[in-house]
Design a binder for this molecule. Structure first.
Ligand code: FAD
Length: 377
């Protein structure tokens, strides 16, 4: 008999939820991770008594009551509401685009006036079929919003001029004709009180965990240990890159401790002009209404991805999607390997989606539905 029922490669949200649900059903699980900590990208470091979102700002939001109750059963969430600010040159704007933004842009106070300005700007451009991202954005929101709040930010994110980016990247640009700075429209949102590690710790409680071990360095030994493998790493690597490498965008995070109690007055400030090299500054204490005497900020720099960097955002263009489909066809044939999570599915997922997808895979695997109301998947 093998020592474990499940070897779970990756202790991110997908692996942790899967491990928790399997252990709850009496299965013997071993979770491994190549990083020195559990939690994957939701991991929080700690400095000056402040939880630091080490791999980028993470704000939990969902419309699904069962998922909200699921996460709250491990750790209580606070009432944080994401209301980012955008700095463009010397100007300050509320995000997402709403009546506050339109007042700041044009001094207009009514939805009718704002709608009229946007409509006139769009009409004057007369773009019938947007050929690239720039034209797509212009045809949705007009020139002022595009130039000040979209262009520079998007070009930094993708490392290319907006005229060289495909139109499909931006499908919708919601224009909100109310004075509402709440970025998300979901019914539930917040940050775990005490940070995301509490969620990971709750999920992995009582489960064997080995950190700092790369599955690929000891693949044979690990495969021999368990009946099933749950793999949440890169799917192309799993198959030795036989169809080629999948591409990503990466990020570099520059963390700084500052001797002030409040640096920018908001957790998330976007820098939308091209001349500033980072896309945003995160001031972590504001996620948890912190009152510590010092503060920690993180500047986020988008970067080209190379094999030695963290793969953050999949580039779901035609080339990569075609390659991914080939890997997926191999994965679909596996009988004792379950692939899940953002790297194995080569897809950007929000946290609530990852949880929903892990619960769905678990319930499919063990035959008993775990959450009847996971509707997003
Ligand atoms: P991961 O968290 O990446 O976990 C995978 C784990 O597998 C990692 O720990 C990795 O070390 C390990 N691993 C990989 N290969 C191996 C190997 N060979 N051997 C051993 N271990 C291995 N979602 C939201 O809902 N709200 C947000 O505000 C939000 N902000 C985000 C900001 C950024 C910058 C990014 C990149 C993502 C954001 N997300 C957000 C998405 C969120 O991070 C993901 O939904 C979630 O973390 C994905 O979990 P996962 O388990 O699939 O992957």
């Amino acid at each position: 008999m093998k020592k474990y029922d499940y070897l779970i490669v990756g202790s991110g949200l997908f692996g942790s939820v899967f491990a928790h649900e399997a252990a709850k059903r009496g299965k013997r699980c071993l979770v491994i991770d190549k990083r020195p900590h559990a939690g994957g990208n939701i991991y929080c470091g700690r400095k000056e008594g402040i939880n630091i979102h080490q791999y980028g700002a993470h704000i939990f939001h969902t419309n699904d009551k069962s998922i909200w109750e699921y996460v709250n059963s491990f750790v209580e969430f606070n009432r944080y509401t994401n209301s980012p600010i955008a700095f463009y040159k010397n100007e300050v704007y509320n995000m997402p685009f709403n009546m506050n933004t339109f007042f700041q842009l044009w001094g207009v106070k009514t939805p009718r006036e704002a709608k009229e300005i946007i409509r006139k700007q769009i009409d004057s451009l007369d773009i019938k079929e947007p050929a690239n991202l720039e034209e797509q954005a212009l045809s949705l929101v007009g020139v002022d919003i595009y130039e000040k709040l979209i262009k520079g930010y998007t070009e930094k994110q993708w490392g290319r001029p907006a005229t060289q980016l495909p139109a499909f990247i931006i499908k919708r640009l919601p224009v909100r004709l109310t004075y509402d700075n709440n970025y998300f429209t979901d019914r539930y949102q917040g940050i775990p009180i005490g940070g995301y590690n509490k969620l990971t710790e709750g999920l992995l409680k009582g489960i064997e965990l080995q950190l700092g071990v790369d599955y690929f360095e000891h693949r044979k030994q690990f495969d021999a240990l368990a009946n099933y493998t749950v793999f949440t790493g890169k799917i192309d690597q799993y198959y030795h890159y036989r169809y080629g490498q999948l591409q990503y965008r990466s990020l570099r995070f520059e963390h700084q401790t500052l001797d002030t109690d409040n640096y920018q007055g908001n957790a998330v400030v976007n820098y939308t002009e091209a001349e500033v090299p980072y896309t945003r500054i995160i001031e972590h204490k504001h996620f948890e209404f912190g009152t510590q005497p010092k503060t920690v900020i993180t500047k986020e720099y988008p970067e080209e991805w190379t094999a030695n960097k963290e793969p953050y955002y999949p580039i779901n263009d035609e080339r990569n999607n075609t390659i991914f489909k080939k890997y997926k066809a191999l994965a679909d044939k596996e009988t004792d390997v379950i692939f899940g999570g953002r790297l194995a599915e080569y897809k950007y997922y929000d946290m609530h989606q990852i949880i929903g997808s892990a619960l769905k895979k678990v319930s499919g695997h063990f035959d008993a539905p775990v959450l009847q109301t996971c509707s997003n998947f």
